[in-house]
Write a protein that binds this ligand. Sequence first.
Ligand SMILES: [Zn+2]
Length: 439
Amino acid sequence: MTARAFAALLLLAYPVLFAQTPTAPPAKMPIKTLSPEAVHRSALVIDTHADTPQRFLDENYDLADPLNGGNLNLDSIHKGNLGAEFFSIWVEPKLYKGQYARRTLELIDSVKQQVARHPDQIQFAASPEGIEEAHRNHKFAALMGIEGGHSIENSLALLRQYYALGVRYMTLTWSNSTDWADSSGDIDDTSVPHNKEGLTEFGKDVVYEMNRLGMMVDISHVSDHTFYRTLVITRAPVIASHSGARALCNAPRNMTDDMLRAVARSGGPNSKGGVIQVNFFSGFVSQAYWDAMKAQKPEVDKAIAEAKEKAKAEGREFKYADEEKIQRSYMDRIPRPPLSMLIDHIDHIAKVAGVDHVGLGSDFDGVSGQLPEGLDSPADLPKITAALMARGYSAEDCRKILGGNLLRVFREVEQVAKDLQAQDRPKITVKQPFEKAAK
Ligand SMILES: [Zn+2]
């Protein structure tokens, strides 16, 4: 049959196929309240931070494997309706000194290998449309974000090539300051050189180039000074890929109310603002947990130093996994905070910054298993939706928090990039072209 004949046949069949039956429901039906489970199922759920690539690379872990002490696998992804994950490309700065780019590329490859191994379940994505397309295909979208500006080795060329490989956000720093941006992790360490403005001229150039490329600027981990400097110069809204509220847990990695509001207002004059993706780590969720962790730090440091000495004496390499195992053994002794405390963070940020400016940044596989009670993998994500609805959040608000807000910011970041690419790239080190008029 020709296509034309087939189309004609379809037209003929149309009234039969689509005619309303006499038993069609009346036009006005009472609005049925959706169950939390149904709301969760109807959402495109996006998480912006998981450290699973360390497992892919160092433990030969496959997403089809059982969790084996980790947080993320295909089974839990399907159970919890996780639609997209930004896999963290994180290079341990001491262990990989001198080979940051190599390790970065190997981690990027490890994510792509997972996609290649499971084409029926995973789809690589590098755009909002890519996430939506994977979702339509009933596949899990795998994305990437670099955690720590040291990965670019002070080179905009490397930054551009990471973008070309599909990296769609970069956390300006991890816990270590770079030559061009300060971290909250070592800001009080006087042996580490810091810069006065939080960002050097080159640092501002990095932010501009990220804006121009369409790579989301992630301000999790940076020092307060670097945070504010970045917000003054960025032309696109920023994200905090995995951070909590400092008002509820006073960790330097968390954000003050003023910072939360600043993220919500970030971007150009017409911006709809950025988003804070809440970290699930017990140490950033609960003040009691944070205090207990601080109290055991000297003992943990001593145990790590001893293990290092022992490995050296035995001629063994001391790996990050060894250090992590020791840390985990101590943290496992601290009681887990209740899930409600994590919901408190989401609720607080929604109230302070607005419900359009909060989302999920789990930090799965990056927190030594230290997560609130009942939250061990994406399979438990529906509990968050249920808890939010129990506090009066509407289905629409839940869908925003679960992923809609992040998609909106991602889209805007791409639009800003298009606009900037239509202009000449300014010589930023000569004159800063991005001074924004006071709003
Ligand atoms: Zn982190």
